[in-house]
Write a protein that binds this ligand. Structure first.
Ligand code: GAR
Length: 204
């Protein structure tokens, strides 16, 4: 069985990328292989994680690709050259255009650190999501893995997991608990599920 080739797009620390790499090592991702990591941030620690795992890396920075069509053409070229079949957004902070997402229907997935449709969409990313959740006073938050379409955080939901908010939570403590209890579990599980679907679709 030829495994589905996965590209992971990152911008920062890459703990979700690490969860994917660890899941591959532990054979929890069996139907896919992480073949490429792309960062839009040259200083992302995620790049070091990929390299120490022997995964090919590419940096496409905003400085080099300020225009969205040029950035997306370069991305597409990287994917075509390597036969990428699944794109996983793991803390990737540059929004993809409708043109790009339309070329990859049900083949781009994203992890979001809240229970969509709460605290999502434009402007809700990273710690800002948890700040907004705490400000609202929600007692439960969580994480969502969903397909990516032209609406930011608007694609069909694949997996969701609720996580309790504790009384003295700060955005940082809540972020960490949601990562540990939800994101790092759901994202590898979703990557395996969609990889399996890709292999099945190849067989017709
Ligand atoms: C994660 O919490 C991820 O869900 C979030 O950024 C963090 C990246 O951490 N993504 C978004 O907010 C996207 N809207 P990581 O680099 O350690 O995986």
């Amino acid at each position: 069985m030829l495994r589905a080739k996965i590209a992971v797009l990152v911008s920062g620390g890459g703990t979700n990328l690490q969860a994917l790499l660890d899941a591959e090592d532990a054979c929890k991702i069996r139907s896919g292989e992480i073949a490429l990591v792309v960062s839009n941030n040259p200083n992302a620690y995620a790049l070091a994680r990929a390299k120490s795992h022997g995964v090919d890396t590419v940096v496409l920075s905003r400085a080099d690709y300020p225009a969205q069509p040029d950035f997306e053409a370069a991305l597409q070229q990287c994917f075509t050259a390597r036969g990428i079949e699944l794109i996983v957004l793991a803390g990737f902070m540059r929004i993809l255009s409708a043109d790009f997402t339309a070329r990859w229907p049900r083949r781009i997935i994203n992890v979001h650190p809240a229970l969509i449709p709460s605290f999502c969409g434009k402007g809700f990313y990273g710690l800002k999501v948890h700040e907004a959740a705490l400000e609202k006073g929600v007692k439960v938050s969580g994480a969502t893995v969903h397909f990516v379409n032209e609406v930011p955080d608007g694609g069909e939901i694949i997996f969701q997991k609720a996580v309790q908010v504790l009384q003295h939570d700060t955005p940082e403590t809540l972020q960490r608990r949601i990562m540990e209890q939800a994101e790092w579990k759901l994202l590898p599980r979703a990557a395996e599920k969609i990889s399996r679907e890709i292999i099945k679709a190849r067989k017709g």
